[in-house]
Design a protein around this ligand. Structure first.
Ligand code: ADP
Ligand code: F6P
Length: 319
């Protein structure tokens, strides 16, 4: 293998740039020619491919987003689209591809490997919804962004003695809500994995008020409902002024944390090692602090286990 390429796909995540940098610099270090593919699989199909050198990834480790841009590409879900992508890669002399993205991007990478391109996936998503890995690149930055917002909302919520409902991202995964909610001392954390009872929630709010709580912070994962609706219901039932805040895409931006930069660097390095070893259809993950790899197929089949213990701790401490 002489030439490898890297692309970012799906929703962007802080730390993707650090991962690109790691892939490019490790690749060059190991004697590969390294190319960048712009706009994910969409750019791949359109041949948006250019050579990368050490300088092209200078000054990006601290930047959010992805210098390669990202996209969602329906055409790549078709056999024809993927064949086109594989042919373009072959035309450019590219034998190996590192795909930084979520489970959808991994499915694309796995199918691409069947067309003769060696592929390695790196988990890049703020959602932390790839259960084969303890953490995904971008999650740590996102929870710290949410935490910063919770701290600020706590100030105003306390001043006005209001209920504050904060809606966070994560698709069907409640990890952002769980981690940021626990760290932010939220009174309630509502996640799709556990569900909730509206009457119980309101009773907890009222009991908290009777015990002298000056505010009530509820962290709501987007996968279980909207903050605006819930705020109306809570105010209607409890009679306490309730405000909703939807954090939205703010959670996807910002300078990556130290943890995300280190994770991205370690994973990017391993991805290139795998290609050098002649491996394909692999993903890189982290388990108990150690970087490891496994087959994409197996990784996508891993069942998600919600961290019940962390949820129990968050509930016990919120009282
Ligand atoms: P993520 O990678 O963050 O999960 P998506 O699910 O949007 O984001 O997937 C990103 C891209 O990966 C899609 O736009 C598509 O190009 C490709 N992709 C997703 N699912 C498949 C699939 N089943 N087969 C081939 N390509 C896929
Ligand atoms: O997967 C990352 C994510 O930010 C999810 O948390 C969210 O549901 C979704 O992407 C938003 O997607 P879009 O950027 O297309 O609005």
């Amino acid at each position: 293998m002489k030439t490898i390429a890297v692309l970012t796909s799906g929703g962007d995540a802080p730390g993707m740039n650090a991962a690109i940098r790691a892939v490019v610099r490790t690749g060059l270090d190991k004697g590969f020619r390294v190319m960048g593919v712009q706009r994910g699989y969409s750019g791949l199909i359109n041949g948006e491919i250019f050579p990368m050198d050490r300088h092209s990834v200078a000054d990006i480790i601290q930047r959010g987003g992805t210098i390669l841009r990202t996209a969602r590409c329906a055409e790549f879900k078709t056999e024809e689209g993927r064949k086109r992508g594989a042919n373009i890669l072959k035309t450019f002399g590219i034998d190996g591809l590192v795909v930084i993205g979520g489970d959808g991007s991994f499915r694309g990478a796995q199918l691409l490997s069947k067309l003769g391109i060696a592929t390695v996936g790196l988990p890049g998503t703020i959602d932390n919804d790839l259960p084969y890995s303890d953490y995904t690149i971008g999650f740590d930055t996102a929870i710290n962004t949410v935490l910063d917002a919770i701290n600020k909302l706590r100030d105003t919520s306390t001043s006005h003695e209001r209920v504050s409902i904060v809606e966070v991202m994560g698709r069907n995964c409640g990890d952002i809500a769980l981690y940021a909610g626990l760290a932010g001392g939220a009174e309630s954390i509502i996640v799709p994995e556990k569900g909730y009872n509206q009457d119980e929630l309101c009773r907890t709010i009222l009991e908290g008020k009777l015990r002298g709580k000056m505010h009530n912070l509820i962290i709501l994962a987007e996968g279980i409902g909207g903050a605006d609706d819930l705020a109306k219901k809570v105010e209607g039932i409890t009679g306490i002024q309730t405000r909703a805040t939807i954090l939205g895409h703010i959670q996807r931006g910002g300078s990556p944390t130290c943890m995300d930069r280190v994770l991205a660097s370690r994973m990017g390095y391993r991805a290139v090692e795998l290609l050098q070893e002649g491996k394909s259809s692999k993903v890189v993950g982290i388990k108990d602090g150690k970087i490891f790899d496994m087959d994409i197929d197996d990784a996508l089949a891993v069942e998600r286990h919600f961290d019940e213990k962390l949820y129990e701790i968050a509930n016990a401490l919120s009282y």
